[in-house]
Design a protein around this ligand. Structure first.
Ligand SMILES: C[S@@+](CC[C@H](N)C(=O)[O-])C[C@H]1O[C@@H](n2cnc3c(N)ncnc32)[C@H](O)[C@@H]1O
Length: 257
């Protein structure tokens, strides 16, 4: 009978000798930032989350879709470069989290910005069936293993299995294909996770490129911030807390259609 792989065995197999150091950094303090550009009051978010959104560039007068938006930290960063003719659709399927998203947006954004953000509640993996070739920029911050939170909550850590990360990777793959359908030709899609599991990171992008390689290309990402180390992966980059003063974990990959 096949022995069940433990959490530590799974991550040691990917991160080798680095795993114990990385694991202790995950349990340590987060490098967070009081983000306040164009906001009524600061919003605290992981520095890596702020940097991820920078990879999409200035929003200006473009149409943006933020497919998995709650609680809304990255939507606030997106809105800070939104021009007078631009708009954002901030989507979140869970109604409780969608209420939180609305509250965060209302408490932080001036009315003029708020009026150009529409909050919706659809399933991200089906969005592309209903709306195609529409958005200039899409942020897809998928639900993921979020190992930092798992380690903080023994109840959830006990429930961890390799199957769980495989299922999340499968769901993220479906969401990415859906997002690509909704993306305009020439538009950019930023895929983003706070997972360490490579199945949910490069593994998803590898499958997407295999399936859609004719229509989709990888773009290089430039992030320059002396507080973090950006570590290139096969299809994107990672910021990990053991080398970035507690920022991350974050994985991003930038695709264009
Ligand atoms: C990683 S979190 C997003 C964090 C957010 N972008 C931020 O920066 O504050 C992923 C979100 O996706 C939502 N979600 C899960 N499944 C979804 C689905 N099928 N469609 C849309 N949203 C979904 C979760 O409820 C969760 O709020």
């Amino acid at each position: 009978m096949k022995r069940i792989e433990t959490f530590d065995e799974f991550y040691s197999s990917w991160y080798s000798d680095r795993w114990p150091v990385l694991k202790s950094a995950l349990l340590g303090p987060v490098l967070s930032l009081p983000f306040q550009k164009e906001l009524k009051k600061p919003y605290f978010l992981n520095l890596a989350s702020y940097l991820a959104v920078q990879a999409l560039g200035e929003i200006g007068n473009r149409e943006v879709l933020d497919l998995c938006a709650a609680p809304g930290g990255k939507t606030l960063v997106l809105s800070s470069t939104l021009g007078p003719e631009g708009s954002i659709v901030a989507n979140e399927r869970s109604s409780a989290r969608r209420n939180r998203l609305k509250r965060v947006l209302e408490e932080h954004l001036p009315q003029e910005k708020l009026s150009r953000i529409r909050v919706t509640g659809y399933d991200a993996s089906r969005w592309g069936l209903y709306e195609q070739n529409r958005y200039d920029l899409i942020l897809l911050d998928v639900p993921c293993s979020s190992e930092r939170h798992l380690l903080e909550k023994p109840y959830y850590l006990k429930k961890w299995s390799t199957n769980r990360t495989r299922q999340l990777a499968q769901q993220a793959y479906a969401m990415t294909l859906s997002a690509l359908m909704a993306l305009k030709e020439g538009g950019n899609l930023l895929y983003c996770t706070c997972a360490l599991s490579p199945l949910e990171n490069d593994g998803v992008i590898e499958k997407v490129l295999k399936k859609k390689g004719k229509d989709v290309k990888l773009l290089s990402i430039e992030i320059k911030d002396s507080r973090v180390v950006t570590e290139p992966t096969r299809f994107g980059l990672q910021i990990l807390p053991d080398r970035s003063q507690g920022a991350g974990p974050l994985y991003i990959s930038l695709l264009t259609k």
